[in-house]
Design a protein around this ligand. Structure first.
Ligand code: TXA
Ligand code: MG
Length: 317
């Protein structure tokens, strides 16, 4: 079991983190969405160690993170459609699924043997500096035990994975607070695979066309599993009158709420607070307690927020 180091987001800390990656180790890195559990995407053993540390039941494909566009052509083909989205939203909370190059050198565990690869250029300065220093493709799922709430602070990462990974870079809280939006841009009609930090409305505006919804019935992302992002206690949604024993998480005016996603009803603030609130409610409710969320509108970032809340509330498999 490694002794998990908390690394400062300064040149010495980033140098140490890049050295861990080069040696095939695991480092949690801050991004604007959530903390990612980073490993060298070309190293089979390092990528396998990600699944082991998370206790992920299956080998789902992982997102490859790049510092900038310079390595992209060696890994994947940027379709015209993807190029438009990349111009508009990279670096940022958007992941594009692209045709994989046969000679990419990526571990097949990263792509789960598919002929496509998911790529993202994160916007957070600390992530960009780590990726630039490492100078290679970095595979990173969210840095939480499988099925649990995504981490948006270094303390969340430590609580879930201390002793299982080599280091955590302390980049403070994540600014967006929701995972990236994933779009299949392999060709043909662009398809939304996961709602996230870039609202669908913004993508459709940049594309000048509507996005097809996810394929029904095929689970392509762990975030697509019905129960995910789950606190230990039971979760109810769209609650305006909570029971006396419920931890009530408000949105907009909710007198008496224990916690709030956004008192003013602001969706950006609510997205940034969502996983904090889930972690806090989980700590307050414990495994036998109950958590109730006030309704959140289904527009803009509200779609991704409601997607995560529905999975947090789903019956456990
Ligand atoms: O914001 C984020 O996306 C964070 C940060 C760390 O970048 N990462 C993240 O990773 O949420 P993860 O592993 O929790 O979810 C990534 C999802 C996977 O579940 C996977 O199914 C989907 O991306 N994915 C990866 N490669 C794919 C591919 N070739 N085709 C379809 N889906 C893919
Ligand atoms: Mg995840």
């Amino acid at each position: 079991m490694p002794n998990t180091q908390l690394l400062a987001p300064d040149p010495a800390g980033l140098k140490a983190a890049a050295a861990i990656l080069r040696a095939g180790g695991l480092v949690a890195m801050p991004t604007e969405t959530v903390y990612g559990l980073a490993a060298d995407a070309r190293n089979d053993r390092a990528v396998a160690a990600i699944f082991d540390a998370k206790g992920r039941p299956r080998f789902n494909p992982l997102i490859v993170h790049l510092a900038d566009l310079s390595l992209l052509d060696s890994l994947a083909t940027l379709t015209p459609l993807a190029d438009r989205l990349a111009q508009a939203f990279w670096p940022g909370p958007l992941t594009l699924v692209l045709p994989l190059r046969a000679d990419s050198g990526l571990s097949p565990l990263v792509t789960a043997g598919l002929s496509s690869v998911a790529i993202r250029l994160p916007a957070t300065d600390v992530a960009q500096r780590l990726l630039a220093q490492f100078n290679g493709p970095v595979a990173a799922p969210s840095a939480n035990p499988s099925g649990r709430i995504s981490p948006v602070t270094p303390a969340h990462v430590m609580a879930g994975l201390a002793g299982r990974i080599d280091g955590v870079i302390d980049g403070g809280p994540c600014t967006v607070g929701l995972e990236s939006t994933i779009v299949d841009a392999t060709g043909g009609a662009p398809r939304l695979l996961r709602a996230g930090g870039v609202p669908v409305e913004a993508l459709e505006e940049a594309l000048g066309q509507t996005l097809s919804p996810p394929h029904k019935g095929t689970i392509t992302a762990p975030g697509q599993m019905p129960s995910h992002y789950a606190p230990r206690g039971r979760v109810r949604l769209n609650v305006l009158r909570p029971a006396a024993d419920e931890i009530w998480v408000g949105f907009g005016p909710c007198p008496g709420a224990t916690l709030t996603l956004s008192e003013s009803g602001n969706l950006t603030e609510a997205a940034a607070r969502l996983f904090h609130a889930l972690h806090e409610a989980d700590a307050l409710a414990g495994k036998d307690g109950r958590i109730a969320f006030a309704p959140v509108p289904e527009t803009g970032l509200g779609r991704a927020i409601n997607d995560r809340l529905r999975r947090a509330a789903a019956p456990r498999g």
